[in-house]
Structures are given as structure tokens and as C-alpha cells.
Ligand binder design. Structure first.
Ligand code: KG4
Ligand code: ZN
Length: 346
């Protein structure tokens, strides 16, 4: 059972291709279970929404049982249930929402609706409670690349976003182009280690209006043009790629990372930020972690990343956002529904 200041919260996350449930007591993670569907979507080069919905439905109950079991809790111990209600794929979101509503109804506990993006922001604060503010928070994932100014843990104002593809989407599309399947980020990260990052020239995008927004489609198009010209296009499963393909991947990854570092550091300086917080699947990238750490150290700023299993989609970050909502007295009703688009702090 919970003690007064430390409610036990079940988090549920089904916005894309991870079926996830987690239990938090206060801000402490008791369990964090993630059933990934990447094996199902790999050959399609991206997430197939209908397949995702069906697999969420098949797995959600078992994933919740496992999260409760690993936490040493039962449904009767829960003080609230927090669930992602957008942005994301509507079918998959509805599976999590209906499950959360059923638990809340049967147990007569509050249901807390969480914006997935707030979850990613919270993933950093959950693990690093001492982040010096103001902080610049970058969410870089398969669906989003947005940058926020966080004056404190509870407030975030969006300062920049991508004008076209998300950063993770660019990784996924370039991996698909050379037959490496979905998700592209981890495999590009691995193969880039044996490639020459200076082999293929990429130019960073320039915004004609001087905006500091992001753009990634130009990197993808340049990679496509190079792959066509050099005969590097492949169908999945391509097997281990040759040196020229590794060079292309290393050059692409380096160009994308350097663009992100430059843009984020420019904004961080302008806003006199004390910390840089990075979250979302792309924040797992090893070059990105190394380059942001170097850049922040050179400017005497702090840099924070969540652990790898809290960077990609997970339900601990959703329960963490729920914890703050519960403390503020926010409650959602049975009318809570899914939102495909759902900006945060815009
Ligand atoms: O946060 P996430 O799990 O889901 C979304 O909310 O989108 O992010 C998934 C994205 C995918 O595009 C995947 O390719 C990318 O994160 N990703 C990476 C790495 N690991 C995952 N991108 C670059 N390098 C990685 N190591
Ligand atoms: Zn996400």
C-alpha cells in the first residue's frame, strides 16, 4: 500500500510500437516492462499501425501483470493509473486508454491522461532530480524532434521543432534505403563505427527565415541521391553492408548529430541555459551522447541523458508525469480519448 506522499502509480504506454507498463512508488521506479514490436515491423521499414494495434491488444494484460509482479504489487495497491493519450497512433493509443479506464473504474482510482512528450521530458528529471534550471530539453525520437525551454521541472515552452521529418525518422528512412530494416537508428549507430564519417559530404539545412527550427529531410534526400549514384540501394534483408555503405551511414549520422549539437548549443547560449537534457530514442545514439557531452563541457554546461531503456518509449516516464498530475490534483474522466497530434508547450 502507498504511504501518504508516495502514491503507487501504474503507467501505461502504447502510442507506437512498444507495449509498456511500469509501477512507480512516488518517484521510485519499482518495475519497467517493455514489450517491443520491432521484430514485427522490421521488414516493413516502419511501424504498420494495424499490426501495432493488434499486438498491443494481445500483450497489454500480460505486460501489466508482469509490471505489477516485478514491483511486488497487486491491482489493489494502486493509487492511480497514468496513460498516454497522445500524440501517437490512434488505434494503439486506444488499447492503452481502454485498459487504463477499466482498471481505474474497477479499482475506483483516478485516471491521469499524459502527453507522451511530457513523458519524454520527465524521463530525464526522473533519473536526475538535481538538474540545474533553466534547462534546454531536446526530444529526438521517431515521431518528434522538438526543443523546449524548461524554467523548472513543471514548465516547458517549445522554442523549435522540425519542419519536416523527425530525426529518428531520417535514421529509419536511410536504413531502409540500404536494406537494413526498422528501427534504423540502432543499426546505423553500430555500422557507423566502422565507416568514414568524412567520406560523403552533407550540408546542413539553412532556414530562409532565419528560424532555429530543425529540418532532416535534406539529409535523407542527400543520402538517397548518393545511394542511387553509387548503386548502394538494397532491399531488406540486405545482410552485412559493404564499406561504401558504412561510409555513407557514418557520414549521414555525423552530419545529423553535428547539426543537432550546433542548433541546440546556439539556443542554449541564447537562453542562458544551465543544463541540456536529451530524451527520446535518438538520444540513445552513441555519437550524439559523446558530442553533446563534449560541447556542453566546453561551455561549462551540464548535460543529462536518461538510461537507454528510459530514452526510448517506456511507461515509467508516463507514470512519472502522472505522479506530478496527481500531486497537482489533476484528474481525467471517462471521456479521455486518443489524440493523433497533441503539441506540448507550443
Ligand atoms: O522514443 P522512441 O522509442 O519512439 C518515438 O516516440 O518515436 O524513438 C524511436 C526512434 C526510432 O526512429 C529509432 O530509429 C531511433 O529512435 N533510435 C536511434 C537509436 N536508437 C533508437 N536513433 C539513432 N541512434 C540510436 N542508437
Ligand atoms: Zn516517444
Amino acid at each position: 500500500m502507498s504511504s501518504a506522499g508516495n502514491p503507487v502509480i501504474l503507467g501505461i504506454e502504447t502510442s507506437c510500437d512498444e507495449t509498456a507498463a511500469a509501477v512507480l512508488r512516488g518517484r521510485t521506479i519499482l518495475s519497467n516492462v517493455i514489450a517491443s514490436q520491432t521484430d514485427i515491423h522490421r521488414e516493413y521499414g516502419g511501424v504498420v499501425p494495424e499490426l501495432a494495434s493488434r499486438h498491443h491488444l494481445e500483450r497489454i494484460d500480460a505486460v501489466i501483470d508482469l509490471a505489477l509482479g516485478r514491483a511486488g504489487t497487486r491491482l489493489a495497491d494502486l493509487d492511480a493509473v497514468a496513460v498516454t493519450y497522445g500524440p501517437g497512433l490512434v488505434g494503439p493509443l486506444l488499447v492503452g486508454l481502454q485498459t487504463a479506464k477499466a482498471i481505474a473504474y474497477v479499482r475506483k482510482i483516478p485516471i491521469l491522461g499524459v502527453n507522451h512528450l511530457e513523458g519524454h521530458l520527465r524521463s530525464v528529471f526522473l533519473e536526475h532530480p538535481g538538474v540545474p534550471f533553466p534547462a534546454i530539453s531536446l526530444i529526438a525520437s521517431g515521431g518528434h524532434t522538438s526543443l523546449y525551454l524548461s524554467p523548472d521541472e513543471d514548465r516547458s515552452v517549445r522554442l523549435a521543432r522540425t519542419r519536416d521529418d523527425a530525426s529518428g525518422e531520417a535514421f529509419d528512412k536511410v536504413a531502409k534505403l540500404v536494406g537494413l530494416g526498422y528501427p534504423g537508428g540502432p543499426v546505423v549507430d553500430r555500422l557507423a563505427k566502422s565507416g568514414d564519417r568524412k567520406a560523403v559530404p552533407f550540408s546542413p539545412p539553412k532556414m530562409s527565415d532565419g528560424s532555429l527550427d530543425f529540418s532532416f529531410s535534406g539529409f535523407k534526400t542527400a543520402a538517397l541521391r548518393h545511394a542511387k549514384a553509387r548503386g548502394l540501394e538494397r532491399r531488406f534483408p540486405a545482410g552485412e553492408p559493404d564499406q561504401e555503405t558504412r561510409d555513407l551511414l557514418a557520414s549521414f549520422q555525423s552530419a545529423v548529430v553535428e547539426f543537432m549539437v550546433k542548433r541546440v548549443m546556439t539556443i542554449a547560449r541564447k537562453e542562458a541555459a544551465r543544463s541540456i537534457c536529451l530524451s527520446g530514442g535518438v538520444a540513445c545514439n552513441s555519437l550524439l551522447r559523446a558530442r553533446f557531452s563534449e560541447a556542453a563541457r566546453a561551455r561549462a554546461m551540464n548535460v543529462f541523458f536518461p538510461a537507454l531503456d528510459l530514452s526510448t518509449d517506456n511507461a515509467a516516464m508516463i507514470a512519472a508525469a502522472g505522479y506530478h498530475k496527481l500531486a497537482r490534483g489533476e484528474r481525467a474522466g471517462v471521456a479521455l480519448t486518443a489524440h493523433a497530434t497533441f503539441p506540448l508547450g507550443a
